[in-house]
Design a binder for this molecule. Structure first.
Ligand code: C5P
Length: 213
């Protein structure tokens, strides 16, 4: 299959030297990209700024910085893909305008006005054909399952991978993750804490089970 994957954070520029970002390491998305490529799939990895590289040399990496650039790249590659796994921690807001010179320290408070970014998952969900699959992630702190199910429906996902910030050693920066996979059929699978490499294999198994109907 041709599989499109997003990973990492996005950086939203404030001025030539500053940005709004987040702590996403990209490790989960890169592990999924490697697992898919190791299984013989053709992988395009649209990645925000991260410090890591895929291990499998067959992964094609498309580097982007902002949410707008990530959306453009995803909409370019999705039509030819059999499906996508959207793992990136996309910024929800971006500055209304980017200062062309470094903002000086003067006056009291500095106000930076932000506008919402496009929801890439929801945009892909609308474009998705019956023969394409779409997988998303949810990172929640409270009412995890209810919020994840709501997200899966709103974004038209086939399944959503839920990770909770309440779990120790899961999520941002860690090499391990603890997930729950929720299918759009309502089926729910809880997995124990594992390395992100093994979590990637569980996600690939789930993709296989929806693609082999
Ligand atoms: O709504 P929320 O950001 O929690 O949804 C998370 C899921 O949506 C993830 O799969 C993430 O990659 C995707 N997403 C996206 N574009 C956004 C925000 C989230 O693709 N602007």
């Amino acid at each position: 299959m041709k599989i499109l994957i997003t990973a990492g954070p996005t950086y939203e520029r404030i001025d030539p030297v500053r940005f709004i970002g987040n702590y996403s390491s990209g490790k989960m998305g890169y592990a999924i990209a490697d697992a898919c490529a190791d299984a013989g799939h053709e992988v395009t990895l649209v990645s925000g700024p991260v410090q890591i590289k895929p291990v499998n040399p067959n992964v094609m990496v498309v580097k982007v910085e902002s949410a707008a650039q990530m959306l453009d790249a995803v909409m370019k590659y999705f039509p030819a893909a059999d499906g996508a796994v959207l793992c990136a921690a996309v910024a929800d807001f971006t500055p209304i305008s980017v200062a062309d010179k470094k903002i000086k320290r003067e006056g009291d408070n500095l106000v930076i006005e932000l506008k919402p970014t496009a929801d890439i998952a929801a945009t892909v969900g609308k474009a998705k054909k019956d023969n394409q699959f779409l997988v998303g992630f949810a990172l929640e702190t409270n009412d995890e399952e209810a919020h994840a199910i709501d997200k899966m429906r709103r974004k038209n996902l086939d399944f959503i991978v839920l990770n909770s910030l309440n779990d120790k050693e899961a999520c941002f920066g860690y090499d391990t993750n603890k997930i729950t996979i929720i299918r759009n059929t309502g089926e729910m699978k809880r997995f124990p804490l594992k390395s992100k490499k093994l979590v990637a294999l569980d996600i690939l198994n789930e993709i296989n089970s929806i693609c082999i109907k």
